[in-house]
Design a binder for this molecule. Structure first.
Ligand code: IPE
Ligand code: IPE
Ligand code: MG
Length: 231
C-alpha cells in the first residue's frame, strides 16, 4: 500500500459538457465547477494532502470566445478574493504556476494579495495553474538559465527554474470528463506520476470520487524504473 499522496494534481475538465447536458450556458458550468473546486480544496485539507494543484486555465484556453474567457477571469477574481480569509483560517498557502502577466490587472492584484497574505500558512499548498502550459514553462525555465549564462544544464537546474520549483512532483494526477490526455499540464513533473481518469464531469465530482481516486492510487505499485516488490 502506498501512503496518502503528498501531492495531487487535478485537470478539472468537463464544465462545458456538464452545462450542455442541462441546456444552460457554458459559463454556468464554470460557476458550478468553481464550487466543486472549493469543495475539493476543503476535502484535501481535511484529509491531510500537503500539496494540491488545480488546472484552472491553460495558455491554449485564451483562444476561447471572449465572453467565456471574461467569465472565467471574473470567476477567478471573485474566488481568489472571496476565499482569501477562508484560506488563512484553514492554514492554506496560495500559489500559482503559469504566466500570470497575461491576466487582467485586477486578477493579478487579487492573486498577489492572496499569495502575500497566505505566505506563512503551512497546512496545505494550493497551487492554481492559470495561463499555464507546460511547454512554455519549460522554455521559460531554460531561458532563465541562459540569462544566467549557464553553458550546460542538468535536470536539477531545469526543475529548480520551473514555476513548480521547490514543490514535489505530483504523486497522483486526476483528470475528469473522460479525456485521456494531459493537455500541456505538468509534462516534466509527471514523469513518475500515477494517472487516474474518470468519466465524471468536473461539476459532478465529489469528495467520494476523490476518495475513490486516492484508494485506487494507494493500491498501485510504484516502481520508478526498479524491479518492484514481487521480483
Ligand atoms: C474545464 O472545462 C474548464 C476549463 C478548461 C477552463 P471545459 O470548459 O474544458 O469543459 P468541456 O471540456 O468543454 O466540457
Ligand atoms: C485542460 O482542459 C485545461 C483545463 C482543465 C484548465 P481543456 O478542455 O482545455 O483541454 P482539451 O482542449 O480538451 O485538450
Ligand atoms: Mg475541456
Amino acid at each position: 500500500m502506498n501512503p496518502l499522496p503528498t501531492h495531487i494534481a487535478i485537470i478539472m475538465d468537463g464544465n462545458g459538457r456538464w452545462a450542455r447536458t442541462k441546456g444552460i450556458p457554458r459559463e454556468e458550468g464554470h460557476r458550478r465547477g468553481a464550487e466543486t473546486a472549493e469543495n475539493i480544496v476543503e476535502a484535501c485539507r481535511d484529509m491531510g494532502i500537503r500539496y494540491l494543484t488545480l488546472y484552472a486555465f491553460s495558455e491554449e484556453n485564451w483562444q476561447r470566445p471572449l465572453h467565456e474567457v471574461d467569465a472565467l477571469m471574473c470567476l477567478l477574481q471573485y474566488y481568489i478574493s472571496a476565499k482569501r480569509s477562508k484560506m488563512i483560517e484553514n492554514d492554506i498557502r496560495f500559489r500559482t504556476i503559469g504566466d500570470i502577466s497575461k491576466l487582467p490587472k485586477e486578477v493579478v492584484l487579487e492573486i498577489e494579495r492572496t499569495k502575500e497574505e497566505t505566505s506563512k500558512c503551512n497546512g496545505m499548498d494550493l497551487i492554481l495553474a492559470v495561463s499555464y502550459s507546460s511547454d512554455s514553462e519549460i522554455v521559460r525555465a531554460v531561458n532563465k538559465l541562459i540569462a544566467k549564462g549557464v553553458k550546460e544544464v542538468t535536470a536539477a537546474d531545469i526543475s529548480s527554474h520551473l514555476d513548480t520549483a521547490g514543490i514535489p512532483n505530483p504523486d497522483l494526477l486526476i483528470r475528469t470528463s473522460g479525456e485521456l490526455r494531459l493537455s500541456n499540464f505538468l509534462l516534466w513533473q509527471c514523469a513518475y506520476t500515477e494517472f487516474y481518469f474518470t468519466k465524471v464531469l468536473w461539476p459532478d465530482f465529489t469528495r467520494k470520487d476523490l476518495e475513490e481516486a486516492i484508494r485506487d492510487y494507494m493500491k498501485r505499485e510504484r516502481r520508478f524504473g526498479g524491479v518492484g516488490e514481487g521480483a
